[in-house]
Write a protein that binds this ligand. Structure first.
Ligand code: FE2
Length: 253
């Protein structure tokens, strides 16, 4: 590992400690704490994170069967295939999933497609579970975040409409994101497949995701069939603003 990489690992280790400390909190109003938040403290072999609420807790917006299949089949497959792709790659044995996404260009070409698809799938879904909460238990946008949203998009309603538009315009499968860019400004973007805005060099807009909505059909088909717009409209009932606020505060530091 070169010096820059070593410094970067030290820095990220510090970030991970802060993140773990922040997520060991007990002030959330539902379920367990978010100790497994995005598995940021983990590395190979990666594991499926626990849900911070019951599988039925997001009903009627997201039904329990969809949650079970989504997490234990789709997300589990991303975890398994990521571990398979990185098996025997000693250089990446201690890389967190954040580092893998952020430094995708350093992954050997022979395994990069598999790591990009499955590593992205693991990161994206680990985040997705934590930014949802049972209806009425997700809090509301902090004053800071609400002000930034107003400044960037005009109003909360305009922001929600723009994010839904990004999700609707994503042809096929992918994600719609609210991110903080390097200059501190907020932006809405979308990515195909399991790419995410951490993947510098592989996506149009790079930034730190505050919130991402899964617009793969597997996320909504049982309940909404082809009605992606209805899913995107209903999804706001289960957004966990407390976690989005925490991500915003962390990203600004
Ligand atoms: Fe998904």
């Amino acid at each position: 590992m070169n010096k820059d990489a070593a410094s970067r690992r030290e820095f990220l280790a510090g970030v991970a400690v802060v993140a773990i400390a922040a997520t060991n909190r007990t002030d959330i109003a539902f379920g367990t704490t978010l100790n497994n938040y995005a598995n940021t403290e983990n590395h190979m072999p990666f594991t499926l994170p626990e849900l911070p609420y019951a599988e039925s807790a997001l009903e009627p917006t997201i039904d329990a069967k969809t949650m079970v299949i989504h997490r234990t089949k789709h997300h589990q497959a991303y975890v398994d295939n990521l571990n398979k792709a990185l098996d025997g790659q000693a250089a990446y044995a201690n890389w967190t999933i954040d580092e893998i996404c952020q430094q995708m260009g350093s992954i050997p070409e022979t395994i990069r497609v598999a790591v990009r698809n499955n590593g992205g799938g693991h990161w994206n879904h680990s985040m997705f579970w934590t930014i949802m909460a049972p209806k009425g238990q997700g809090g509301s946008p902090s004053a800071d975040l609400a002000a930034s949203i107003d400044k960037s998009f005009g109003s909360m309603d305009a922001f929600k409409k723009s994010l839904a538009d990004a999700g609707m315009k994503r042809f096929g499968s992918g994600w719609a994101w609210l991110i903080v860019k390097g200059d501190g400004s907020l932006a809405i973007t979308s990515t195909p497949n399991q790419d995410n805005p951490l993947m510098k060099g592989f996506v149009d807009v790079v930034g730190t995701p505050l919130l991402g909505i899964d617009v793969w059909e597997h996320a909504y088909y049982l309940n909404y069939q082809n009605r992606r717009a209805d899913y995107l409209g209903a999804w706001w009932d289960v957004v966990n603003w407390n976690e989005v606020n925490r991500r915003f505060d962390t990203a600004k530091k």
